[in-house]
Design a protein around this ligand. Structure first.
Ligand code: XMP
Length: 514
């Protein structure tokens, strides 16, 4: 295993991605939680120091624990990580008038094990840089192995101690050989075997769940989404009948969703499943509500109440299993307000574990989304569930923007949505798209159908590509696809006479309309 010390770079998670892709398990720990003792307890074969927004030349800026450099562990410093390593070992870092941002070229000037099988002296390679400061003077034991226009010490190495530093970012795709360099570090320098696989993770996770849960009872809320589905399947494989799943149908799901959850979990996996049909309750509470935040709060609060009611009915449980993922738990290092934790609202059955005295079981805490999908496949969950697009907790309520939720409108929206997704699947585009859905707009437009004038609803179609949902681009369908889909929706869904396609990216738009 490898430890990544986070100094707050925007791309620290990518280091972890690249390391895991090479079959090596790793974790990211914020710099202010890493000490000599925590390092020894974690027991890594090597340490990677990430980049970060601070300047080593500033007073009181982050440092690696000094112990790290006397433990005999290989260290790779990236950008800020390189600079602090150099400074902590007796070298010097200064501000550069030649700042480099973006694509740059590195001239390989020396040999080192970091470049083994990847780069040779005399070659020139594209790398990605983002720095103002640079190393000016090397500590004893180090030599230069690569230079760039803006950084005379763009790559440095102390082969005896296995310390390496690069000014560029090997973790981003704009450094085409970056993944190979990281692999040379983890496999070649650190000696990791690269046998970390999802099958191995599954076995470890099952053993850990059994150890944590013992003979206790576990409750798990299913949402129809990937994360809770994988968490439930995993916990079930670990403790079988001790798991009880609860699924609350708030009446805002897409067509066929509740039935799919029942088929997969109850029929195929034989999991004890409580399905609570609470659509009347939710739709009554949402009556007359148009404001998006009020909708979200109403749904969120009611969801917790209903979930708690069901939990009590079955006599409570000792544990609550949740599909919390790695990006939700990594503490992002902030230099102004201290570390902060972000938790997705739809995973957070707020306050319930404390109120009902349940301990959390979070078996996916170390995984990224695509790793969760792999684990789901390993657990033999159906592809339709494992590969599905994200769906928001408040469901279709926020796809009826700026208008109250009614049964009639939900029905129109569901029908349009299912046709749109059918067409996407038929065109073989489902997996190329991050999320696709229909939105029913609160306007009526005039149309002509047959010999008559119509005055009906407008449906907007949305489809985006994204990697994490933080930014997104509208999907560039060809025109024939859009006209075919529009005509099916207008012909088959009564009450709709116009279809438009949303071409806004995020930012400035958001993925959902509200
Ligand atoms: P936005 O619309 O903010 O969405 O660009 C980013 C991602 O989050 C989902 N989303 C939500 N998920 N509760 C959720 O559980 C919500 O209130 C919510 N709002 C948006 C959205 O579908 C997209 O995947």
């Amino acid at each position: 295993r490898i430890l990544i010390v986070d100094f707050g770079s925007q791309v620290t998670q990518l280091i972890a991605r690249r390391v895991r892709e090479s079959g090596v398990y790793c974790e990211i720990h914020p710099f202010n939680q890493v000490t000599g003792d925590s390092l020894r307890a974690f027991g890594p074969r090597g340490v990677i120091l990430s980049g970060g927004p601070a300047s080593v030349t500033g007073i009181g800026t982050p440092r690696a624990p000094q112990d790290l450099f006397s433990m005999g562990l290989p260290v790779l410093g990236i950008c800020y990580g390189q600079q602090t390593m150099v400074e902590q070992l007796g070298g010097r870092v200064g501000s550069s008038d030649h700042r480099e941002f973006g694509r740059a070229f590195l001239d390989v000037s020396g040999d080192c094990r970091l470049f083994d099988g990847v780069w040779r002296p005399g070659e020139r390679h594209q790398v990605w840089m983002s720095h103002g400061d640079r190393v000016d003077h090397l500590p004893p034991g180090f030599s230069v192995v690569g230079t760039s226009d803006g950084a005379p010490f763009a790559a440095v190495a102390d082969e005896t101690r296995h310390f390496y530093g690069v000014q560029f970012h090997p973790e981003v795709v704009h450094t085409p050989d970056g993944a190979a360099l990281l692999r040379a570090f983890t496999h070649g320098v650190c000696g990791c075997s690269g046998d970390w696989t999802m099958a191995a993770f599954k076995d470890q996770a099952i053993a850990r769940i059994r150890e944590q849960v013992g003979t206790g009872r576990v409750l798990c809320g299913l949402s129809g989404g990937v994360d809770s589905a994988v968490a439930a399947a995993l916990v079930h494989e670990a403790v079988g009948e001790q798991l009880i799943c609860v699924y609350v149908d708030h009446g805002l799901m897409r067509q066929g969703e509740t039935e799919q959850v029942e088929t997969v979990f109850r029929d195929r996996f034989n999991i004890r499943l409580v399905v609570r049909h609470a659509d009347d309750l939710f739709l009554d509470a949402l009556e007359g509500v148009s404001d998006p935040e009020v909708k979200r709060k109403t749904i969120g609060k009611l969801f917790i109440d209903v979930f708690e009611e069901e939990a009590k009915k079955i006599g409570g449980a000792d544990f609550l299993a949740q599909g919390t993922l790695y990006p939700d738990v990594i503490e992002s290092v902030s230099f102004h307000g201290g570390p902060s934790v972000t938790i997705k609202s739809h995973h957070n059955v707020g306050g319930l574990p404390e109120r009902m005295n349940m301990k959390l079981v979070e078996p996916l805490r170390e995984l990224f989304k695509d790793e969760v999908r792999d684990l789901g496949r390993e657990l033999r969950l159906p592809e339709t569930m494992v590969g599905r697009h994200p769906f928001p907790g408040p469901g279709l309520a926020i796809r009826l923007p700026d208008q109250p939720v009614t049964r009639d409108k939900l029905e129109i929206l569901r029908k349009a949505d299912v046709i749109y997704l059918e067409e996407i699947a038929r065109a073989g585009l489902y997996d190329a798209i991050w999320q696709a859905f229909a939105v029913l707009l609160p306007v009526r437009s005039v149309g002509v159908m047959g010999d008559g004038r119509t005055h009906d609803h407008v449906v907007a179609l949305r489809a985006v590509t994204a990697t994490d949902g933080m930014t997104a681009d509208s999907y560039p369908f060809d025109h024939a696809f859009l006209t075919r889909t529009a005509s099916r929706i207008i012909n088959e869904v009564r009450g709709v006479n116009r279809v438009v396609y949303d071409v806004t990216s995020k930012p400035p738009g958001t993925i959902e309309w509200e």
